[in-house]
Write a protein that binds this ligand. Structure first.
Ligand code: A2P
Length: 322
């Protein structure tokens, strides 16, 4: 059974999707096959995850054998940063993704980040001595968006949206577009709630998808790697979350996902384990009460798990949300 969010362009998106970030080619072949078996129909990927080909092989087997209809799938991929400033590459980039995914269209195409990466002549990222990547903050989002609209007109993408954008950037697109952004995909979980941005999306009728809804590999681990001392427990170890989980006889992950979905926000948890994949979908037979929602709301700490510091300067740039 799928529950859906209704997008502002008339499409619908399953509210629980399967995220594929940080899964290798080998893992992903097994995992996407399992995900489809378990009943996921919404799959989120991107060329920068380097797994579109593997996903495409699995999808093609499922579709050609008649086990799933293309129209029952909701496939999202993204325009990677290096393509965003080259308007002539937008369509080509999506066509490459479509070839890898073995699809004629994607259900949702997102601009992956608001910034562009500077490429060297050999096509590789330009890096500083410390390995950080040089960023070009001057991308003309409105111009890129017009290309995105062209993809809809050509039938290559059913819906279009943005990822990692903040309000002022989205608003600029909205003021200058023909097709409104349908979805904003952002990091979202109890420690990073960005209520203002969520409110804005609601008022603009933009659906929100939460990436890293379980905090990915863990808040403490990643922040230590980045040299930041945090005393916050990982999301799955938060006492309040544990208490609520016990009350409903659900797992901590299910509580974290339910809390997001109850807000009308889609989730794309990633797991390579079939049991946990099933668990992450099975969140529609309980409901958090107002007090529990409030308790979880109060855990907001404005802490980001996904670190963009390898893109030099994006944290300090006024245009970027990092
Ligand atoms: P695994 O793949 O072994 O299940 P996010 O979706 O926030 O990026 O989080 C993904 C991480 O959370 C992965 O390390 C994944 O590990 C783990 N994970 C996913 N689902 C669950 C779950 N239901 N319970 C515990 N850990 C989970």
């Amino acid at each position: 059974e799928q529950k859906y969010l209704h997008l502002n362009d008339g499409s619908r998106m399953p509210i629980v999707g399967y995220g594929t970030w940080m899964a290798s080619e080998e893992e992903i072949t097994f995992a996407v096959n399992e995900a489809l078996k378990v009943g996921y129909r919404h799959i989120d990927t991107a060329p920068v995850y380097l797994n579109e080909k593997a996903i495409g092989n699995v999808l093609s087997k499922w579709i050609s054998s008649g086990k799933v209809k293309r129209s029952d799938l909701f496939i999202t991929t993204k325009l990677p940063p290096p393509g965003a400033d080259r308007l002539d590459l937008v369509e080509l980039t999506l066509r490459n993704s479509l070839a890898d995914l073995q699809l004629d269209y994607v259900d949702l195409y997102l601009i992956h980040t608001p910034f562009t990466v500077v490429l060297q002549e050999n096509g590789e990222f330009k890096r500083y001595e410390d390995g950080t990547i040089e960023v070009d903050p001057s991308t003309d989002h409105v111009a890129v968006w017009k290309e995105m609209e062209g993809l809809v007109a050509k039938g290559l993408a059913k819906s279009i949206g943005i990822s990692n954008f903040k309000e002022q950037q989205i608003e600029r697109i909205r003021q200058n577009c023909t097709i409104q952004p349908a979805v904003l995909q952002i990091e979202y979980h109890i420690y990073l709630q960005q209520p203002h941005l969520i409110e804005y999306c609601k008022s603009a009728n933009i659906a929100v998808t939460a990436y890293s809804p379980l905090g990915s590999k863990g808040v403490s681990g990643l922040n230590k790697m980045a040299g930041v001392e945090r005393e916050l427990p990982d999301l799955l170890d938060v006492p309040v979350v544990k208490e609520i989980a016990q009350k409903y006889n659900k797992s901590e992950a299910q509580v974290l996902l339910r809390w997001i979905v109850q807000k009308g926000i889609a989730v794309i948890p990633k797991s390579t384990n079939a049991k946990r994949m099933r668990e992450n979908k099975d969140i529609f037979d309980f409901k958090l009460d107002v007090d529990e929602v409030e308790q979880l709301n109060s855990l907001d700490a404005n802490v980001r798990v996904v670190n963009f510091s390898f893109f030099r300067g994006v944290e300090k740039h006024p245009e970027f949300p990092f």
